[in-house]
Design a protein around this ligand. Sequence first.
Ligand code: IPM
Ligand code: MG
Length: 413
Amino acid sequence: MATALQIHVSGIKLPISLSPNATKQSSRVSKREGRIRCSATTPNKKYTIAVLPGDGIGTEVTPVAVEALRLAGSLEGLDLRFEELPIGGAALDLVGVPLPEETLRKAKQSDAVLLGAVGWPKWDDNPKHLKPITALLQLRAGLEVFSNLRPITVFPQLVDSTYLRKDTAEGVDLMIIRELTGGIYNAHPRGFTTNEQGDEVGFCTESYSASEVDHIARVAFDIAKQRRSKLCSVDKATVLEGSMLWRKRVTAMALEYPEVEVNHLLIDTAAMDLVRHPRQFDTILTGVMFGDILSDLAAMIPGSVGLLPSAALGDSGPGIFEPVHGSAPKHYGKDTVNPLAAVLSAAMLFRYGLKEENAAKRIEKAVSDVLDRGFRTRDIHTPGTTLVGCKRMGEEILRSLDARVSASNGSLV
Ligand code: IPM
Ligand code: MG
């Protein structure tokens, strides 16, 4: 049965249908009405979002995130234009390279990039320059997004999903700041050779320069300051020269931030402490490789990599916003995956990419509301909750975004 509700914004009353079976329809209606409402007050701010769904489940979760962006944006009076572009295996199929020039060019011209995931078994044996994930590295380099923000949050509603003890996971709210365009991933020299014994050798030399460390460390200190002013820098300074320099520069920068409490952990200890006592962490600063490992490890605190969003940011220009998970060929095409990592990445796109904090909060509140209403995808499903697929989860998010308008009775939440 459809419930007729009225939304009151800017003095205009609009009926919304919230019939349980008409979610899509109601979201379409409110999308249109959101624009009408806002045009009655101030002209809409316009943004162009480059949408790169990529491969596998990237193509399932990205449309959900786009709809969340569109509706939350519309409710905030933002005019978002989406431009879909190929990347990864999808681009290899189309034009024979993983990152077409046009994709990079248009991504550079956009206000923000929303990315799904890249990779597909069909391309696994390709030479490196023709592998889907090469596109990701090229895009990061092309947009000069050197800082990777990976928040790990245990939603109170999902504490049963943790792989840790519940009392260990409860209340965790930390941010991993991972250096993204330097370090061992971007090592020179690197390659393959043969040593004097005729043995084949693969090598990749990690280096970090002082300015690279300072660049990312400043981002981390500034973010820590806005959070709980606790920064943990993770390295392997007992063994690696790059780490020794890393620790020296972070220690020096700490003098500029007397209000931030700083400690240094070795990567092995940090991994142990993240599962033993994760609540001790607030902001974690680390390099590209350790950050990659720690963020997947930390995903087990909330219980699923399907919950982890990320932002990759530069000094200027568009950022890349993407779920931490990959293209998951095994799960593709079954409508079972969790779109929340992508949807929360959309919230980060608003917050860090467009500086539209209210729109970001709308999405985050909608996610929390959907969890309150008991909807769970398979990866976070626990007894007593309602198992849904990716699409249905998306519909429920739109419903929650709509409901926020009616519940707020006009004042934008
Ligand atoms: C990630 C991924 C990528 C990375 C791969 C696909 C290159 O694992 O974003 O965490 O290591 O950066
Ligand atoms: Mg990874």
